[in-house]
Design a protein around this ligand. Structure first.
Ligand SMILES: Cc1cc2nc3c(=O)[nH]c(=O)nc-3n(C[C@H](O)[C@H](O)[C@H](O)COP(=O)(O)O)c2cc1C
Length: 362
């Protein structure tokens, strides 16, 4: 029953949506890594709800680091980040104590924790917990940038509206990291937001696709079998609530290609091995080949919607109809984008530490 990710560098998440605090403990990070508070605060801001397209539950995320850091440098011992929950309305959830929201984790939590789970606001399964993941990931992401490794994610698709493809990755990543609504083509922002608002007005929700690029990765990172780069990234991505699929490089489309098209032909450019295409998403045999790591996740529509839906009361074992109340995101995808950046940074730090040792990240 553990809630910990990672081998050489691990992250444990704790807390519930309506508890006093949520938080994360990062273990295994080397001593002497700089903690940039502006950077952490900025990533938490990017996760925060944004106007009418997000939940009305707004939190300041006034985090504090209670261990493992002195004078803005890591000490090498476990780092614990605490974030208080301040804007709580638990009354909204009294019905959900025994009546399960379809597609949420109310019923599965009951199956696992037998009535002892904290059901307020979705408890440990709430998207709120991702604030702690973002704080931990921000520490890792900043450390990676000092080593020339950059991560950026865009909303590739939302409510069937598509953003443009990645082009110049260095410039695109820099631009995305400064955006509240992370699209590459400004024109799609308005159309996506209109689609989210339209679903919201209808008491409904929409989903989307996130695409992440990681540049500057050294070659030769990743373990060929169980801790492959795809495996590690998928492992942490499926910890992000609402992620239901992942594909790397050309993804499922590679299965429709001939080998002559799918193969990434190899060249040498300024003494470095490069490929003409990147259908394998920077990974061969579970190991980085030095090309950008590219992957996409499918984010489902927010499960809690304000329409009546058939469900069950798991205490009385009767069928019923639920019309949820409470405060919810009409779409998750635009908020999950910075969560995906943070989660990627944690997985990449762990894989680099496995390959080169924890001091390499310093
Ligand atoms: C940033 C973020 C915000 C979320 N907001 C909500 C929300 O407001 N309402 C909701 O029902 N689910 C929300 N979710 C999704 C649920 O937490 C998630 O669907 C649920 O825990 C079930 O897990 P699964 O979808 O991975 O199966 C959010 C997820 C994330 C990442």
């Amino acid at each position: 029953m553990k809630n910990t990710f990672g081998n050489s560098i691990s992250v444990t998440l704790f807390g519930e949506s309506h508890g006093e605090y949520i938080g994360a403990t990062i273990d295994g990070l080397a001593s002497g890594i700089e903690i940039n508070h502006d950077y952490i605060a900025n990533m938490l801001t990017l996760r925060r709800p944004d106007g009418d397209i997000s939940t009305p539950r707004k939190e300041n995320d006034d985090y504090k680091i209670i261990s493992g850091v002195i004078e803005n440098k890591t000490t090498g011992t476990p780092i614990t980040v605490l974030i208080p929950n301040e804007n709580i309305k638990s009354g909204d959830y009294s019905q959900m104590k025994t009546v399960a929201r379809p597609s949420h984790a109310d019923y599965t939590a009951e199956c696992k924790y037998h009535g002892y789970q904290d059901s307020r606001g979705g408890g440990h399964f709430s998207g709120r917990i991702t604030a702690a993941l973002v704080a931990a990931g921000a520490i890792c992401k900043y450390a990676l940038e000092q080593k020339g490794i950059y991560i950026g994610t865009h909303v590739k698709k939302c409510a069937c509206v598509s953003d443009r493809e990645f082009d110049n990755l260095t410039e695109d990543i820099r631009a995305l990291n400064g955006k509240t609504f992370a699209v590459l083509d400004e024109k799609t922002e308005k159309t996506m937001k209109e689609a989210i608002l339209s679903a919201s007005a209808d008491g409904d929700s929409v989903g989307g696709v996130l695409e992440t690029a990681i540049i500057g990765m050294p070659e030769g990172v990743g373990e060929p079998w169980f801790d492959s780069v795809e495996g590690m990234i998928s492992h942490i991505m499926f910890s992000v609530p609402a992620v239901k699929g992942i594909e790397f490089g050309a993804g499922f489309a590679i299965s429709d290609m001939r080998g002559s098209v799918a193969n990434d032909q190899m060249y040498i450019e300024n003494g470095k091995v490069v490929t003409a295409t990147n259908n394998n998403g920077g990974i061969n045999g579970g190991i980085t080949n030095g090309m950008p790591i590219i992957f996409r996740t499918a984010i489902k529509p927010t499960p809690t919607i304000f329409k009546p839906q058939n469900t069950i009361d798991f205490k009385t074992m009767t069928e019923t109809v639920i019309t949820p109340t409470g405060r919810h995101d009409p779409a998750i995808v635009h908020r999950a984008r910075v969560v995906q950046d943070a989660a990627s940074a944690i997985a990449i730090c762990d894989m680099l530490a496995m390959r080169f040792g924890t001091d390499w990240i310093k």
